[in-house]
Write a protein that binds this ligand. Structure first.
Ligand SMILES: Nc1ncnc2c1ncn2[C@@H]1O[C@H](COP(=O)(O)OP(=O)(O)OP(=O)(O)O)[C@@H](O)[C@H]1O
Length: 548
C-alpha cells in the first residue's frame, strides 16, 4: 500500500500525466478545429468539397493511429516538416480525431428539424444566421455526450504516443516497472491516474450538459441531479418541482417535471383576449371592387414544377392583390404546399415566373439566380411571411424569443424594441403569461399562435399559410383561426392560405382557388365557389369535406 501511495505521488509519473494531458488537449483542439472544417465541407453545396472530406475520413479512420504517429514523426521530416515528438503525436491524434468529430458535428447538425430551417429562411434569415442562431445552439446541446466519449477515447489513445518516445504516463509506467519489477503497484497507480483523468472528463461533461439544459432548474436542484448523475445505480427519487422556472406548473408528487409541464400546457385554457373592434359585416361586391384597384402582391405565371418524373404543378396562373385573401383548396397531393413554397422561393421550379411585391424572389433583374444569402435579404425586404403546418418554432428559444429574435437578426431592431413588439403580440394572442415557455411546453394550438405572431411580427405585406390548423386537435382549431383573423385578415395583409376549413375559408377568403393534380380547375368568389361550384371535382371535394 505504501508503495502504491508512493507511486501515486511520484513526480516522474505525475510529469507523465502532464504529457498525457498535453497530447490529449492538442489532439482534441486540433481535431475539433479540423472536424468543423470537414463537417462544413461535407455539408457544403459543392460536391467536390464533400468528396475530399469523405476521402480524408476514409484514410484517417481506416488506418491505425499508431502508424499515423510514426508517419508524423518520421516521414514528415522527409518533406521538410520537422516536429518534436509531442507535436507529432498531438498532430497525429488531431488528424485521427478530426473525422470522428466531423461525423458527430454533421449528425447533430442534420438532426435539427428541417422545418426550423425552412422557418428561418421564410423569416429572411441568411444561411449563416440560421446556422448561428438556430442550428448550432441546438446541435451543440445534443453533441455534448458524444464529444465527451471522444475526449475519453482521445485520452486513452494518447498512450500510443509512447511509440514516438513521448514521455507520457504509459511509457513512464512501463519504464519504471521494467527498472523496479514492481509491476502491480506501478500499474495500479497509473491506472488510477487514468481513472481520475477520465472521471474529470465525465464531470466536465455533466456540468456542461447541465449548463446547456434548457429546463435548467434552480441551483439546489441542479446539485441534486449532479450527485445523482455521478451515482447511476441509485433508484431515482423524483425531483421537486418548486421553483423549476415555470411559475404556472402545479407541483406533483408522481409526475416528472417535464411531463408535468406538457400535461399542464396541453390542458391549460388560454382564451384569447376580447377582440378590440368587431369586424364590420362583409360586403363581398364592394370589397371585390376595392381590391381590384389594389397593386398586385403576388403574381404567378405558367408555373411548372416536377419532382423527378412526377409533375406537381402544371401551368399555374394566379394573381393576388394587396389586401386580398385567397384560399387554396384541393385534395391531398394536389400541390397546394408546393405552390406556397415556390411563392416564397423555398423551392425552385422548372418553368414560369413568380413575382412577389413586383420582385422575382431569388433572381436578379437579368434572371440570374441569387445566392441563398441575397435571396434571404430579398425575402425580408419584399415582406413575405409564412406559417407552416408543423409550427416550426425554434425549439431552443422561448415563445418571446421566437418572435423577438428574428426581429433583431433580420430587421435589426434593438433588443428593447423587439421585446416590446413580441410582448405586444403575445398579449394579443392571449399568451403573455407563456412568454418564457419553450415550444415543447406549449400545446399545438399555442405553438401555432406563436408561429403566426412570429410571421406577422416584421409586418409583412404578404402572408402565406400552409394548412395552419391541420396538425391540431379539433378543439384547438378555433383559437388558431381566430388569431389568423385578428393578426392578418383584419390587418389587411395579402394572404394565400391552404386550408381544409371550409367555414373559415368562406368567412375570410375573397377568392377560392381549387387545385387538383397540380392544375387550377376552378377559381372564383368564395361564396360562389362554396355554394355553387362549377367544376365536378370541386363539387365532389366540397361534398366530401362537408360529409366529414
Ligand atoms: N420534396 C419532395 N420530393 C418529392 N415529391 C414531393 C416533395 N414534396 C412534395 N412532393 C409530392 O408533390 C405532390 C404535391 O405535394 P404537396 O405537399 O404540394 O400537396 P398538398 O396539396 O399540399 O397536399 P396536402 O394537402 O396533403 O399537404 C405530392 O404527390 C407529394 O408527394
Amino acid at each position: 500500500m505504501d508503495l502504491f501511495l508512493h507511486y501515486l505521488r511520484m513526480p516522474y509519473l505525475l510529469d507523465g500525466v502532464g504529457y498525457t494531458l498535453l497530447i490529449t488537449v492538442l489532439g482534441l483542439l486540433g481535431g475539433l478545429a479540423m472536424g468543423v472544417v470537414l463537417a462544413a465541407m461535407q455539408l457544403s453545396r459543392f460536391r467536390t468539397l464533400a468528396i475530399v472530406a469523405r476521402a480524408y475520413a476514409i484514410v484517417f479512420r481506416g488506418t491505425p493511429l499508431i502508424l499515423q504517429m510514426v508517419f508524423c514523426y518520421n516521414a514528415l521530416p522527409l518533406i521538410g516538416i520537422k516536429l518534436s515528438a509531442v507535436s507529432a503525436a498531438g498532430l497525429a491524434l488531431a488528424l485521427n480525431e478530426a473525422p470522428f468529430i466531423a461525423e458527430i458535428l454533421r449528425a447533430n447538425v442534420l438532426g435539427v428539424e428541417r422545418g426550423q430551417v425552412s422557418a428561418g429562411q421564410a423569416l429572411g434569415m441568411t444561411p449563416a444566421a440560421i446556422m448561428r442562431r438556430v442550428i448550432a445552439p441546438q446541435a451543440i446541446r445534443t453533441m455534448v455526450p458524444a464529444l465527451g466519449n471522444e475526449a475519453v477515447s482521445a485520452l486513452k489513445n494518447s498512450s500510443l504516443a509512447s511509440v514516438v518516445a513521448v514521455q507520457e504516463l504509459t511509457l513512464r509506467s512501463t519504464q519504471l516497472a521494467s527498472a523496479t519489477f514492481d509491476f502491480f503497484s506501478i500499474f495500479f497507480a497509473s491506472g488510477l491516474m487514468y481513472l481520475v483523468l477520465t472521471g474529470a472528463i465525465a464531470v466536465i461533461q455533466i456540468v456542461v450538459e447541465m449548463l446547456l439544459d434548457l429546463d435548467r432548474p434552480p441551483p439546489r436542484e441542479q446539485l441534486r441531479r449532479f450527485l445523482r448523475a455521478l451515482m447511476p445505480g441509485r433508484p431515482e427519487a423524483l425531483p421537486a418541482l418548486a421553483g423549476a422556472g415555470q411559475g404556472d406548473v402545479t407541483p406533483s408528487d408522481v409526475t416528472p417535471p417535464d411531463v408535468a409541464h406538457e400535461i399542464v400546457a396541453e390542458t391549460a385554457v388560454d382564451p384569447l383576449p376580447p377582440a378590440t373592434a368587431k369586424a364590420a359585416p362583409r360586403d363581398p361586391a364592394a370589397r371585390a371592387a376595392r381590391l381590384a384597384g389594389n397593386n398586385i402582391a403576388v403574381e404567378v405565371r405558367g408555373l411548372r414544377k416536377s419532382y423527378g418524373a412526377q409533375t406537381v404543378l402544371d401551368g399555374i396562373d394566379l394573381t393576388v392583390r394587396a389586401g386580398e385573401v385567397v384560399a387554396l383548396l384541393g385534395p391531398s397531393g394536389s400541390g397546394k404546399s408546393t405552390l406556397l413554397r415556390c411563392i416564397n422561393r423555398l423551392e425552385g421550379w422548372d418553368d414560369g415566373t413568380i413575382r412577389v411585391g413586383g420582385q422575382s424572389l431569388g433572381t436578379d433583374e437579368n434572371g440570374h439566380p441569387l445566392s441563398p444569402r441575397l435571396t434571404a435579404q430579398m425575402r425580408a425586404s419584399v415582406g413575405v411571411g409564412m406559417v407552416f403546418q408543423q409550427f416550426n418554432l425554434f425549439g431552443h428559444l422561448t415563445a418571446r424569443e421566437n418572435i423577438a429574435g428574428p426581429l433583431r437578426w433580420v430587421q435589426e431592431l434593438s433588443r428593447f424594441d423587439a421585446d416590446r413588439r413580441a410582448r405586444d403580440l403575445l398579449e394579443r394572442i392571449g399568451l403573455a403569461h407563456r412568454a418564457d415557455a419553450l415550444p415543447r411546453h406549449l400545446s399545438g394550438g399555442q405553438q401555432q399562435r406563436v408561429a403566426i405572431a412570429r410571421a406577422v411580427a416584421p409586418a409583412p405585406t404578404v402572408l402565406l399559410l400552409d394548412e395552419p390548423t391541420s396538425a391540431l386537435d379539433p378543439e384547438l382549431v378555433g383559437e388558431v383561426l381566430e388569431v389568423i383573423r385578428r393578426l392578418a385578415v383584419e390587418e389587411g395583409l395579402a394572404m394565400v392560405i391552404s386550408t381544409h376549413q371550409l367555414r373559415f375559408a368562406g368567412d375570410v377568403a375573397d377568392r377560392i382557388v381549387f387545385l387538383s393534380g397540380g392544375v387550377i380547375v376552378e377559381e372564383g368568389p368564395a361564396e360562389r365557389v362554396l355554394s355553387a361550384p362549377s367544376h365536378p371535382l370541386t363539387a365532389r371535394f366540397l361534398s366530401s369535406m362537408t360529409a366529414e
